[in-house]
Design a protein. Sequence first.
Length: 364
Amino acid sequence: MTKEKSNVVVSEMANTHYVYMDIIRILATYLVIFTHTGNLGSKLYIYGSYDKTHKLIYIIADVLRCVNVPLFFMISGALLLPKQESYKRLFSKRVAKYAIVLIIMSYFYFVVYYKNSWYDFKLFFEQLCTQYVTGLYWFLYAYLGYLLILPFLRSMVNAMGKKDFRYFMVLGILFKGILNVGIGLCGWESKFLVPFYLGEDAIFYPVMGFYFSNIIATSDEMNRKEKRELGAGCVLSLICVLSTVYIMHWEACIKGEYSETYLMNFTVIPTLFTFMAIKCGCLKHNISERGRKVIKFIADNSFGVYLFSTFAQVNLVGVYFFFFRLTGEKLPLISSYLYVLVVMMVEVVVVALLRKIPLIRKLM
């Protein structure tokens, strides 16, 4: 695809709503909530006393959920990088919005969740500026950083050809995964920093989101080579997941306990494959108008779901134990998945009601 042709595609994509992005956003939100289930779900292999088979299954569940934040960044890159906007609009519409949300919601958790004095502003701003008031919001800090460099990323992707994107992707796969693991297993400390920083989530995944959404063809338009690459991505994703499980279990056998040292090192390929597989599946198969409306409704409220997720999980934890009693002690992961589904659906309804207030709707 030539640069001229790709610019036409980008222009069209920037003004089109695609249901596959909504589905990816919903999936990523669900996995974020699952991430914070801790010893009730995502970390069962660390905190639970289960046999080897169950522990391996729970590690796989934890590895698979790691695509959550990368998918969010890919969606953002797919949606924002094609847009052309002034610095004034960028700061007034995007940076200011997320900065305000970060401050307001951090204060909410500071007072309501952590039970600090509402007037202790010194402690609040100290935590806000030097650490996270709540670990849930680390993503907002990273996202604000991404928004600040958005103009440079736009200039970069507009000047890139298909080969440049592929080269960038290979760098990410190598330096975010393979070399990281190899160096770590050898007990070395790498000083080869530039490619590692280049592969930061807030840079690498938005660029890949732009590439996979706006440049790569759909499944119907793919040539044989591209279809083989998609198939290879499926196989490599499986290999990445199983490799992570094997390395984590091998390390646990040596050290006597599980750690998360290598949990996210092979996340790149599964993330890219998940994005592309959902895109091709949605563009190839028609979804009914009613189905699209339901999907869009849930996706439109997903940001608010993320903001309140920890608060909602704590207050709805009884739902987990309800499912736990139904499924039995041997199926805690099923209980956790059902618990997360209920939490998310309750939040969608609550957030939808809150967004009827004009000011809140602007922020969420």
